[in-house]
Design a protein around this ligand. Structure first.
Ligand SMILES: [Zn+2]
Length: 120
């Protein structure tokens, strides 16, 4: 082989390796991004309080985010979309957050950060 042949072989091999590595990185990044987005979406659902809290005269008023669509047998959270037919569960959730507004606020802030991250 001449020097020029060896040189062109090295260049062609290098270009091929760069192309493969670039493809691998891009492929992995897409997969990783999908996985991350899925995880964030799950966390956002998990962190939903299913309620609104409003401070009123040193106390808090809890409003449930669950509503019953017409012709439906289940209650749907207007925020995260989970469904339940258990009215007792809904009342329990509301009562819990009414007693723990500090944790409620922390969780709502945490969730808002994740929602921002998802859109960003
Ligand atoms: Zn919810």
């Amino acid at each position: 082989m001449t020097f020029v042949e060896i040189l062109s072989l090295i260049i062609v091999t290098t270009l091929a390796i760069i192309a493969i590595v670039k493809f691998a990185i891009k492929f992995d990044y897409v997969k990783w991004r999908e996985y991350k987005d899925k995880r964030i979406k799950e966390r956002i659902e998990e962190l939903c309080t299913h309620t609104d809290l409003e401070p009123i005269n040193g106390s808090v008023r809890v409003t449930s985010r669950f509503h019953k669509p017409p012709m439906s047998f289940v209650w749907v959270c207007g925020d995260c979309g989970i469904t339940t037919s258990d009215l007792e569960y809904i009342n329990k959730v509301s009562a819990y957050w009414g007693k723990n507004p500090d944790i409620w606020l922390k969780q709502v802030k945490k969730r808002a950060r994740l929602v921002k991250k998802r859109r960003g």
